[in-house]
Design a protein around this ligand. Structure first.
Ligand code: NAD
Ligand code: LMR
Length: 329
């Protein structure tokens, strides 16, 4: 018997990430090739015509799993009974900006949307914030939702999967091993240049990647800056921020959360105090996903170098949290 459709809300549906994301959700790449979906598309009033155009193209793909579509500029409509929400709609940064520069411009969006999700969505809704600065926006949405109750505050995530995937590709090139052989990658912290991409636990076909690389200077001076500043390098090269790779990472995050992962995956999740990260801070942690749920991997050793990196990215997130405190009153 075929499954009942699930409702997937996507904000910023007329934007560049939306244009890569929606077709892959509708084709079953996110939730499985047997899972029908209803797309609930939110964008600003002035973008509604463009959203209609995207919907026309979705129709023209004749996706067997696409069971319905709604376009709206009203968050209460977009999030109604939603099982999954992908919060992409926000301003991207341009050349010379850091993601934190978007804090006030974009933060306000997430108080409204967090509340609307908590009031309207399925109680078990899974929320992924892509719009930058995504950790703090997820924190804002989660805090707004917490005031309403109903939904699970641990289910408001920020997207660090793009950083995780970028780190895997850099390591595959350095070690001359296929990406598919690499397991147990971790990216700690904020989706910003302070993130700490940590391959100390990473293996390739059972071999230690740290031993294969065996080059601390490369780690410190090449790998970390390359992964941390990859978003800016893409903006410099394309004149626009990453879109297809961002959509791909969003698909990966939701896919693994919903259907399970056979490896560690990096997710920006509200801290439960693990590794000394204060509760509630949305932080990149190594996670395992099973039965539609996620769990932070416990017990990893944090050496002095790693603790310093983790403290730096945490400090930045705490500053961002302080900067938005007024929005959450
Ligand atoms: P874009 O400008 O192409 O599209 C953004 C869309 O959001 C537009 O259609 C706009 O009308 C819409 N929008 C703006 N405010 C909205 C609101 N309040 N409600 C609903 N829709 C709204 O931008 P993009 O390239 O698609 O990027 C979107 C966001 O994703 C940016 O903040 C960007 O920085 C971020 N991003 C994050 C990652 C990540 O790894 N976390 C990666 C890439 C991009
Ligand atoms: C990225 O990492 O590519 C995105 O967060 C976009 C940006 O502003 O860097």
């Amino acid at each position: 018997m075929s499954k009942a459709p699930v409702r997937v809300a996507v904000t910023g549906a007329a934007g560049q990430i939306g244009y890569s994301l929606l077709f892959r959700i509708a084709s079953g790449e996110m939730l499985g090739k047997d899972q029908p979906v209803i797309l609930q598309l939110l964008d600003l009033p002035q973008a509604q015509k463009a959203v209609k155009g995207v919907m026309m193209e979705l129709e023209d793909c004749a996706f067997p799993l696409l069971a319905g579509m709604v376009a709206t500029d009203d968050p209460n409509v977009a999030f109604k009974d939603a099982d999954y929400c992908l919060l992409v709609g926000a301003r991207p940064r341009g050349p010379g900006m850091e993601r934190a520069d978007l804090l006030t411009a974009n933060g306000a969006i997430f108080t409204v949307q967090g509340k609307a999700i908590a009031e309207n969505a399925n109680e078990n809704v899974k929320v992924l914030v892509v719009g930058n600065p995504c950790n703090t926006n997820a924190y804002i949405a989660g805090a707004a939702a917490r005031k309403v109750g109903r939904t699970n505050p641990n289910n408001y995530h920020g997207m660090l999967r793009l950083d995780h995937n970028r780190a895997l590709s850099q390591l595959a090139a350095k070690t001359d091993r296929p990406v598919s052989s690499l397991k147990k990658m971790v990216v700690w912290g904020n989706h910003s240049p302070t993130m700490y991409a940590d391959y100390r636990f990473c293996t390739s076909n059972g071999d230690s990647v740290k031993a294969l690389v065996n080059d601390h200077a490369w780690n410190n001076d090449v790998f970390l800056p390359t992964v941390g500043k990859r978003g800016a390098a893409i903006i410099d090269a394309r004149g626009l921020s990453s879109a297809a790779s961002a959509a791909n990472a969003a698909i990966d995050h939701m896919h693994d959360w919903a259907l399970g992962s056979d490896d560690w995956v990096t997710m920006g999740v509200p801290s439960d105090g693990s590794y000394g990260i204060p509760a509630g801070v949305v932080f990149g942690f190594p996670c395992e996903c099973k039965n539609g749920d996620f769990k932070i991997i416990q017990g990893l050793e944090i050496d002095e170098y790693s603790r310093e990196k983790i403290n730096k990215t945490l400090g930045e997130l705490e500053d961002e949290r302080a900067a938005v405190a007024d929005m959450l009153k």
